[in-house]
Design a binder for this molecule. Structure first.
Ligand SMILES: CC(C)(COP(=O)(O)OP(=O)(O)OC[C@H]1O[C@@H](n2cnc3c(N)ncnc32)[C@H](O)[C@@H]1O)[C@@H](O)C(=O)NCCC(=O)NCCS
Ligand SMILES: Nc1ncnc2c1ncn2[C@@H]1O[C@H](COP(=O)(O)OP(=O)(O)OP(=O)(O)O)[C@@H](O)[C@H]1O
Length: 285
């Protein structure tokens, strides 16, 4: 086991927390995102604004920092699972206090929280697949202290018999590793701007995610519209091309008409941006 001076652990935890927060802000500002809050407006959300999303992101920095500090070089066991479960729920409360009771980032706290913990468990330096596998090991452990509460996401996974946020993490974030990161890098190589590459990565997630946000608000019709529309953007050449932009505009209008918002896909885009930055060790930033 690597033994690190406490100051290095604290610096690493602080960097991870700042980076996770920045990824949430980058995701929120990225435009144009179909149905979602972005720098143009509120998408399909009546109770969310970009300012609220940013306030919420900042309120989560101490949660991410605590998760990293508690997880540093620890193995995936029940004790750590219970600790991060408690910190995650406290983070949800901090978010609710910052937003006056609006759910801005529940899914994001789950995904990014696990990934921040996983990087810390690996000592601050690891590849994206290793981080995702470590996060999955944590997500698979039971947290007996978790209250048995009703949630919209859980209800959608039962009703439609599809995997949701829990399963995405337990399966080591396949939509991040197999869809979004390869698309992000491909679109960058093809010469698109960073914003276009990020929108394309979001589209790649939306081609196949069973987003319980969309299912709860717009049912299976909404989900199929999302997946089909995202495929159309990518097969037109991506968001940097005129045809891709046109397809993106069509999808945006369809999502708004259905009151559908791919909040789960947005969370996974933030997770993608995080894992993309983890490639380089924190002390080089
Ligand atoms: C697992 C969580 C997300 C609860 O999920 P649940 O399925 O009950 O649904 P809920 O409607 O509360 O939230 C789901 C959210 O996840 C996102 N999401 C939706 N579908 C998906 C999907 N297929 N994949 C990934 N994320 C998704 C959306 O943003 C959605 O709003 C989480 O809040 C939780 O269990 N927290 C407890 C605290 C904890 O253990 N934390 C540890 C890590 S910090
Ligand atoms: N840019 C974004 N715009 C909107 N939602 C986002 C964005 N980024 C992430 N999300 C995710 O979407 C979720 C919000 O979805 P939703 O509004 O359906 O939740 P809800 O409050 O449970 O439901 P409802 O608003 O239908 O009452 C959040 O948990 C958040 O993680």
């Amino acid at each position: 086991m690597k033994l690190l001076p406490q100051i290095q652990v604290e610096g690493g935890a602080e960097w991870l927390a700042r980076t996770a927060t920045q990824c949430l802000i980058d995701e929120a500002r990225l435009s144009p995102k179909p149905g979602l809050v972005d720098s143009r407006g509120n998408g399909a959300h009546h109770d969310l604004t970009l300012a609220l999303m940013e306030q919420s992101a900042h309120s989560l920095t101490p949660t991410f920092q605590a998760l990293a500090l508690q997880s540093w070089l620890r193995p995936a066991d029940i004790a750590l699972r219970q600790t991060i479960g408690r910190l995650g729920r406290e983070g949800e409360q901090a978010m609710m206090a910052a937003t006056g009771g609006v759910n801005t980032h529940r899914g994001a706290i789950w995904a990014l929280g696990l990934l921040v913990s996983a990087v810390a468990m690996l000592g601050g330096e690891a590849t994206a697949p290793a981080v995702a596998a470590t996060a999955a090991a944590l997500a698979k452990l039971p947290d007996d202290a978790a209250p048995k509460v009703f949630s919209k996401g859980l209800r959608a996974t039962h009703r439609y018999r599809v995997p949701g946020a829990r399963e995405e993490a337990q399966q080591a974030f396949p939509h991040v590793l197999q869809y979004a990161l390869p698309q992000l890098r491909l679109s960058r190589r093809n010469g698109g701007s960073e914003s276009h590459a990020r929108i394309d990565a979001l589209m790649a997630i939306m081609t196949s995610l069973t987003d319980t946000c969309v299912l709860s608000r717009a049912g299976m019709e909404g989900l199929k519209t999302m997946q089909r529309g995202a495929r159309a953007v990518l097969s037109a050449g991506g968001s940097a091309t005129p045809k891709g932009q046109q397809a993106l505009g069509v999808l945006d209008r369809q999502m708004l008409a259905l009151n559908a918002s791919p909040g789960g896909a947005a969370d996974l885009l933030a997770a993608t941006l995080f894992l993309d930055r983890i490639g380089t060790p924190y002390f080089k930033h």
